[in-house]
Unconditional design. Structure first.
Length: 283
């Protein structure tokens, strides 16, 4: 009987020991799993926080890319302002747009890098994915606005180029017209020379007596010389005596002796050139 009781106790003790060993092993395994889970959670939390920080930085960089009319506003508003677009202002506008493009490209590169890290780390969180999608939409909007700005600058450049060409043509026309208005034609000669050239004719008088010489109105441009009264106001007469036969107002000029010659000085160019042909007869 005693031997039977001892056998039962030994068997029970063995079962208890085995159960204890199994329980200890399970506790150790569970503890290791718990530690691994905690470490994984911490790692995942760290990756999430890193991703959130990256998204915030990218969003800040995109927010710093300010687009709109301010990129080209200094170059619009009147011909003079627009003309600067083809000069330093045009280069400045394109430099601004180039900086905007560079900022957008940097943001795109950072977004791609973030997506790659998330995939490599196996982070698949709906909230993060929505944030990344929002960043992509923001980049797309910025690219569209930059393209619009570039088109506007190109359009302004084309418009300014056309205006500059038109202004240059108008300036040439004005200079030509001013030169024509300011230019008279003069001839100097003796009575015989002027009559032979058909510049003057004798008019008036009775029976050939008392006739006076007057411009014929037939002006051979090969005989006359041009004089730009905007830049020159003196006609040198190679004679000590001379007479102005054309109808320039007497107050618009003066004949002044200069040794053995005369000088006709134009005092009022506007009045003087109302008569386009100056006829001077030396005596």
């Amino acid at each position: 009987m005693r031997k039977s009781t001892q056998g039962v106790l030994i068997a029970a003790l063995a079962v208890f020991v085995i159960a204890t060993i199994v329980l200890v092993q399970q506790v150790r395994k569970t503890s290791a799993q718990y530690t691994a889970v905690k470490a994984s959670e911490q790692e995942t939390s760290g990756r999430y926080a890193e991703a959130i920080n990256s998204i915030a930085e990218i969003q800040d960089s995109l927010s710093a890319i300010v687009l709109g009319d301010s990129a080209i506003r200094p170059f619009s508003g009147g011909l003079q302002a627009e003309q600067r677009l083809n000069q330093a202002g045009g280069r400045e506008a394109m430099e601004r747009i180039a900086l905007l493009r560079a900022g957008i490209e940097r943001a795109k590169g950072r977004i791609e890098s973030l997506e790659t890290r998330l995939k490599q780390n196996g982070v698949k969180i709906a909230g993060l994915q929505r944030m990344v999608a929002g960043l992509k939409r923001s980049v797309t909007q910025k690219e569209e606005m930059v393209a619009s700005l570039t088109g506007r600058v190109d359009s302004l450049s084309t418009r300014v180029g056309g205006l500059e060409t038109e202004v240059a043509a108008n300036e040439d026309t004005i200079r030509t017209q001013q030169h024509e208005l300011g230019t008279i034609f003069y001839v100097i000669g003796s009575k015989k020379d002027l009559t032979t050239a058909g510049v003057v004719v004798a008019k008036g008088g009775v029976l050939g007596v008392g006739k006076t010489l007057k411009p014929s109105g037939q002006f051979n441009e090969n005989v006359f010389r041009p004089l730009d009264t905007d830049n020159e106001n003196v006609v040198v007469i190679p004679s000590a005596k001379a007479q102005v036969l054309s109808a320039q107002p007497p107050t618009s000029y003066a004949l002044q002796p200069m040794g053995n010659r005369l000088e006709l000085r134009i005092l009022d160019p506007k009045a003087f050139r109302m008569i386009k042909h100056l006829v001077i007869m030396t005596t």
